[in-house]
Design a protein around this ligand. Structure first.
Ligand code: HEM
Length: 417
């Protein structure tokens, strides 16, 4: 079990941590770390000091973004900029392996939600308030200033994206890029406007409270989350490490962390701590390796009878874990946030009118599907006369025949005269 040094980091230790970016350069040898991430270029420390590498990532992506592209409506965040920011985040992840700290950033911005407070932003939730120094100095947030620093160039590049959305986008993208489930995210979160709108310290959970189960329920029920969601969300510790100089928890380094990737050191919950899978639950259950971390709030997931049902299930069934995690992550990310538009919007839903389902084939013999080219031709012909492939033209054949007969009769009588 990890020794708890001090939960409230001293200002000096926070500052020390803050001066170090989360993921210093990696060397070629570190790339032997097994992860599901897309193959990354081999980066050598001597060639790419971290900060420069990070900047170059942003510069590379700059060419892709066109400020002339704009959303049809003016929401809290611009949808096109959000999509471009997502691509930049993917590049940042690929080059710095900062998945865990971005997930923690999103969680700590959102996890201040108090459902018993009606007013926004007093009720907390994802509102970007973690960009302010006063909140970064809360003991629970030690080290997260580094995550904000990593995202700041992306924020500068896409000013039409709110911090609140950017933090949540980064977190969901990190989970997905690490091999986790697709999170059904929505966007349009409004930012808290100043440090005076930051929540008071103490809303996030403590890793070693006297009664871990009761403490987790106190904190997460306050966010409107239930036992299943507490267990599923705890599974995010499949990623990342705990660092004694930040939270006071974990070993300075282990065989799994001494070589990075990213900044070496800390103690991880799982062996492959950049891979999002269900190994967190398996490892806590088995306790097979003293190099893997188990916080009191992790251990209780297999001790409390109600939590245990889910923890056992997730250890057995990764698909069930992924489904429940994705749902709980989205719920956490939305709780307390103020959306503009109020219903939020998705980055993945099709924009503009959804093309009508092509059903001209129903007029064919039914034995053979029409080729796409043929469908297009038929569609164009229908549309040229104001029709649509799935409904017959608005014509009255009987009336047409009567008109033709009448015209013929008139012509005959005229010619007869
Ligand atoms: C259940 C209550 C929780 C407690 C008590 C807790 C506590 C902690 C602690 C002490 C650390 C180490 C921080 C450090 O030293 O840098 C940590 C890291 C982390 N936590 Fe949690 N956490 C909890 C829930 C969550 C949830 C709900 C998520 C996400 C949905 C999450 C995601 C993470 C991640 C990804 C890291 C690794 C960060 C890194 O490697 O930089 N945690 N957590």
């Amino acid at each position: 079990m990890a020794a708890r040094l001090s939960l409230t980091s001293s200002p000096s230790s926070v500052t020390a941590a803050n001066t170090r970016l989360d993921s210093p350069p990696i060397t070629t040898s570190r790339l032997s770390f097994s992860s599901p991430l897309r193959s990354s270029p081999i980066i050598s420390q001597s060639h790419y000091p971290f900060i420069h590498r990070n900047k170059s990532v942003i510069r590379l992506a700059r060419g892709n973004y066109s400020s002339t592209v704009s959303s049809p409506k003016c929401f809290a965040s611009n949808i096109d900029q959000l999509k471009s920011a997502r691509e930049d985040i993917k590049q940042l992840l690929e080059s710095t392996f900062c998945h865990p700290i971005l997930v923690r950033l999103g969680w700590h911005d959102a996890g201040t939600f108090n459902k018993n407070i009606e007013e926004w932003p007093q009720r907390g939730g994802a509102n970007g308030s973690l960009r302010f120094e006063i909140e970064q100095k809360h003991a629970a947030n030690a080290g997260l200033v580094n995550a904000v620093k990593l995202l700041q160039p992306i924020k500068d590049k896409y000013p039409g994206v709110t911090y609140a959305d950017l933090f949540q986008l980064a977190s969901a993208t990190a989970v997905e890029e690490a091999g986790g489930p697709k999170i059904p995210m929505k966007y349009g979160r409004v930012d808290a406007s100043g440090p005076e709108q930051c929540p008071e310290e103490g809303r996030l959970p403590d890793a070693g409270p006297p009664s871990p189960a009761a403490h987790l329920r106190d904190v997460f029920y306050r966010m409107g989350l239930n036992d299943k969601e507490i267990v599923a969300l705890s599974g995010a510790h499949t990623l990342g490490r705990s660092r004694p100089e930040r939270s006071g928890w974990g070993k300075p380094e282990t065989k799994y962390t001494k070589d990075g990737p990213g900044a070496p050191g800390g103690q991880s919950w799982t062996a492959q701590w950049l891979k999002f899978d269900n190994s967190y639950f398996k490892d806590i259950k088995e306790r097979r390796d003293a190099d893997l971390l188990v916080l009191p709030t992790d251990a209780v997931l297999f001790e409390d009878p109600a939590f245990k049902v889910y923890a056992e299930k997730y250890a057995e069934d990764q698909k069930a874990f992924f489904e429940d995690y994705a749902e709980a992550h989205a719920k956490l990310s939305n709780g307390g946030a103020k959306f503009d538009p109020p219903e939020g919007f998705s980055l993945d839903a099709p924009r503009g009118p959804v093309p009508e389902k092509f059903s001209a084939a129903k007029y064919s013999s039914g034995k053979r599907e029409l080729s796409d080219a043929m469908k297009e031709k038929i569609r164009a012909e229908y549309q040229a006369v104001g029709g649509s492939p799935d409904k017959p033209l608005q014509s009255n054949y009987f009336l047409n025949i009567m008109i033709v007969i009448a015209v013929l009769a008139i012509l005959t009588s005229l010619l007869g005269n």
